[in-house]
Design a protein around this ligand. Structure first.
Ligand SMILES: NC(=O)c1ccc[n+]([C@@H]2O[C@H](COP(=O)([O-])OP(=O)(O)OC[C@H]3O[C@@H](n4cnc5c(N)ncnc54)[C@H](OP(=O)(O)O)[C@@H]3O)[C@@H](O)[C@H]2O)c1
Length: 253
C-alpha cells in the first residue's frame, strides 16, 4: 500500500523540501499551507510522479483543520506520517520592544496550530499503528536561550515537551513521536522574522555555512523510515559553524 505523509507549511523551506524528498521515494503527499499558488506550483512539479492532494490551510483555524482532515480523499488515508512543520518566529527585538500581537501569532501558530493538526490526525495515525510517525519541528531555540528569542523559544520548548508527553500517551499504539530541533538553516524563516528584510536575511546566511532545507528534509525522511520498532525522541542538528553562546555579564563601564 502507498504510504501518505501530511505536511504542514509545505509552501517553503523545510516543508517544501520534505515534500520533494518523500515524493522521490514514492509517497503520496498531502501538502498544506496558506499560499495556494505555491501549493499548486509544487503539485505541478510532483504530481506526475506521485499522488498529491493540496489544501490551502491556516493551522490556526481549528475548524478548517478538522474539515481538511475529515475531507481527505481515501487514497491519502489513513495518514502514515504527520510532519508538524508550519511555524514562524517574529520580532527579533528584545521582549520589552515587541508588539504583543507578534507573541500571540507565534503562540497561535507554533503551539495551538500544531496541536490542532495533531489532534485532528491522531485517529488516522493510530489506525496505521506500527510504523506511523508524528514529526514535530522544534528548534534549538526551545532549549538554548538567546536575546530576541523570548516567545519563539518558549513555543519550541512546548513542542519538545508536548512531543515527549504525546509519546507516553501513544505508548502501545505503535505511533512514534519525534521532535526534530534544527539550528540555523537558510529558508524564508529570517525574511518572515524581519517582516521582509532581505538584506538582513542575506547577511545572516551569506557570511557562514547554514544548513539547507534539504538537510532537514533528509532527517525527516530518515526518522519516518526507520524500522517500526525504533523511535528517535529528539534530534538536535546544527551546522558545524554554529555553537551555543556563552554567559553574558552586565559590567560597569
Ligand atoms: N530555518 C531555521 O533556521 C529554523 C530553525 C529551527 C526551527 N525552524 C522551524 O522550522 C519550521 C519551518 O520553517 P522554515 O525554516 O522552513 O521557514 P519558512 O521557509 O518560512 O517556512 C515556514 C512554513 O510555515 C508555513 N506557515 C506559517 N504560518 C502558517 C500558518 N498559520 N498556517 C499554515 N502554515 C503556516 C508557511 O506557509 P504559508 O506562509 O504559505 O502558510 C511556510 O510553508 C518552523 O516551525 C520553524 O520555526 C526553522
Amino acid at each position: 500500500m502507498t504510504k501518505s505523509v501530511f505536511i504542514t507549511g509545505a509552501t517553503s523551506g523545510f516543508g517544501r523540501a520534505a515534500a520533494r524528498r518523500f515524493a522521490e521515494a514514492g509517497w503520496s503527499l498531502v501538502l498544506t499551507g496558506r499560499r495556494r499558488e505555491r501549493l499548486e506550483e509544487l503539485e505541478g512539479e510532483l504530481s506526475d510522479r506521485v499522488a498529491v492532494h493540496v489544501v490551502e490551510l491556516d493551522v490556526r483555524d481549528e475548524a478548517a483543520v478538522k474539515q481538511a482532515v475529515d475531507a481527505l480523499p481515501q487514497a491519502f488515508s489513513p495518514v502514515q506520517v504527520l510532519i508538524n512543520n508550519a511555524g514562524l518566529a517574529l520580532a527579533p527585538e528584545p521582549a520589552q520592544e515587541v508588539a504583543l500581537e507578534d507573541w500571540h501569532t507565534m503562540i497561535d501558530t507554533n503551539v495551538k496550530g500544531l496541536v490542532n493538526v495533531t489532534h485532528a490526525l491522531l485517529p488516522s495515525l493510530i489506525e496505521v499503528g506500527a510504523g506511523a510517525s508524528i514529526i514535530n519541528v522544534g528548534s534549538t531555540a526551545g532549549k538554548w536561550p538567546y536575546k530576541g528569542s523570548h516567545v519563539y523559544g518558549a513555543t519550541k520548548a512546548f513542542v519538545e515537551q508536548f512531543s515527549y508527553n504525546l509519546r507516553c500517551d501513544l505508548h502501545g499504539t505503535g505511533v512514534r513521536v519525534t521532535d526534530i530541533a534544527p539550528g540555523m538553516a537558510e529558508t524564508e524563516f529570517t525574511l518572515v522574522r524581519t517582516k521582509g528584510d532581505q538584506a538582513a536575511s542575506d547577511q545572516l546566511y551569506n557570511t557562514t555555512t547554514p544548513m539547507t532545507a534539504e538537510d532537514i528534509a533528509e532527517q525527516m525522511f530518515y526518522v519516518a523510515t526507520l524500522p517500526a520498532h525504533l523511535n528517535i525522541n529528539f534530534l538536535e542538528i546544527q551546522p558545524v559553524r554554529q555553537v551555543w553562546g556563552g554567559m553574558v555579564v552586565d559590567r560597569d563601564e
